[in-house]
Design a protein. Structure first.
Length: 494
């Protein structure tokens, strides 16, 4: 489990495998403007919305005062009309949300296991959220690390090497009845799937690619992808003469209406003299072909693609799972380093104060004998050793010596072999002695009771003492996060 401060992170997801493609389609129609709407609430610090043919997902970070991130997010989703996400979704918080995000980014939760389309879709979702200023530093870091892990899965396993994507599996189904070599194909839509479709059609050797869009973007798309744009007036004769139609508009309004489809079927038989069915590959999650379809039209939709997806080899998937686990582990360590960065800076500041105190003792003329320099260095060493030495004495008096030894090893890397306990002081009740109750460290101002475990301090009503001594570890107010991270990096490389 992660122990890295991801409290407040939450994912609400409607997935093809859990809720079904119908729920995904309905949820996709309810997410327009959702990121901005959610972050208008003071309870949501940031949000990224991902909508694909596989799933609709909201990744959000709630405010620190929110005790139940999942229910809070679902309540806000319902308020903004995203009822499917609010009522029929899977809700994951904290560590579970991080794992799900990494698995989704790596294609392990996709309809086609290991497909790379999801990484591009997640990257675009993050970019869009940043343009709307709905991304927090934590969300941005998590998504970027998930994408980095997905690239490792792509390069270090054979899952994506086989080129299996939703588009590729769809074309495999089409190839069972249609020879791509020399075929004419009409693409209806200009989004990301349309671009991937054109690239794969070229790889399969089609003769001509045409593109149509009701949004007015067909001309620009045609120039970028070196295909031919089709305007509304030419749509009917083009439909009558092409071998394949790929619909990937996904706007919720059918790209191919029943009336247009029926006319295309009639024209193919009467005008073009084509007697085979017009094949339509429908890649839109909401369905781009109006139902019911006329005779002479054969539609291959996402449900058919899902049923045709080959199962991935266990070894390939196992390797991908291992890479994902490594990615989550690396993220946990990184977040923990960031969490401890203020303490590292405070340690450096404390040591700098001790050094400066000795420098202030030096002669103003800049000359110093060797004996005086040696004495200054000895005082510096004594000052640096004072706090841990006092803590050692207090720990030994209260049966906490092993804890002090562990701290010495963890913080300073000093490992000392000592004898076993002669008597166990922990059960002798020395902590109740009056001298122990009033004993404080002359440097830190900490009492003996401050060495007790946190739960014991709470039971006895002990409160942290004020840190007024200049030699104590100081809070690092005023340090920028990037400065803190830089200092941690310096410490790691020394």
């Amino acid at each position: 489990m992660l122990q890295c401060g991801v409290v407040g992170l939450c994912i609400v997801c409607v997935d093809h495998a859990e809720q079904g493609l119908g729920a995904v389609s309905t949820a996709a129609a309810q997410v327009d403007g959702l990121g901005l709407a959610l972050t208008d609430s003071p309870q949501i610090r940031g949000a990224v919305v991902l909508s694909t043919c596989n799933r609709v997902m909201v990744l959000a970070e709630t405010a620190t005062e929110v005790c139940r991130p999942g229910p809070t997010l679902c309540g806000l989703l319902a308020d903004h009309g995203a009822t499917v996400l609010a009522q029929e979704s899977s809700v994951l918080e904290g560590d579970d949300a991080v794992w799900r995000l990494f698995r989704i980014a790596s294609g392990l939760e996709s309809m086609v296991t290991g497909e790379r389309e999801i990484a591009g879709q997640l990257k675009r979702a993050l970019r869009f959220a940043r343009t709307q200023s709905t991304v927090t530093p934590l969300i941005g870091h998590l998504v970027e690390e998930a994408l980095r892990t997905s690239r490792k899965v792509a390069t270090q396993t054979r899952l994506s090497a086989q080129g299996r994507t939703v588009v590729a599996v769809g074309f495999d189904l089409v190839s069972q009845t249609l020879d791509f070599s020399g075929a004419r194909v009409l693409v209806m839509g200009t989004g990301s799937y349309a671009g991937a479709t054109c690239a794969q059609l070229r790889d399969r050797g089609v003769a001509e690619i045409l593109v149509h869009s009701t949004s007015g973007r067909a001309q620009g798309f045609a120039r970028r992808h070196e295909v031919t744009a089709v305007d509304d007036d030419r749509l009917a004769p083009v439909l009558a003469g092409v071998d394949l139609v790929v619909t990937c508009r996904g706007s919720g309004v059918p790209a191919l209406t029943r009336q247009v489809a029926a006319r295309a079927v009639e024209d193919r038989a009467a005008v073009a003299g084509v007697d085979r069915d017009l094949v339509v590959l429908d890649l839109a999650v909401s369905g781009d072909v109006e139902q019911p379809v006329p005779a002479g039209l054969r539609v291959i939709d996402l449900a058919a693609i899902r049923d045709a997806v080959p199962a991935s080899a266990a070894a390939e998937r196992g390797e991908a799972e291992r890479i994902v686990a490594e990615g989550v582990h690396d993220l946990a360590m990184d977040l923990e380093r960031r969490r401890l960065a203020p303490a590292v800076v405070a340690l450096r500041d404390t040591l700098s104060d001790l050094v400066q105190a000795e420098l202030d003792r030096l002669p103003e003329d800049g000359s110093i004998p060797v004996d005086a320099a040696a004495q200054a260095l000895r005082r510096l060493a004594a000052s640096m050793a004072h706090i841990p030495s006092v803590r050692a004495r207090i720990a030994s008096e209260h049966g906490l010596g092993d804890r002090w030894l562990n701290s010495l090893s963890d913080v300073l890397g000093i490992d000392v072999e000592v004898d076993e306990h002669i008597l166990d002081l922990g059960g002798l009740g020395l902590g109740a002695m009056a001298s122990g109750d009033t004993l404080t460290c002359p440097v830190t101002g900490l009492s003996v009771s401050d060495l007790a475990p946190a739960e014991d301090r709470g039971q006895h009503g002990v409160h942290p003492m004020a840190h007024d001594d200049p030699h104590q570890l100081r809070a690092v107010q005023g340090h920028r996060p990037e400065d803190v991270a830089h200092l941690v990096t310096i410490e790691e490389t020394r």
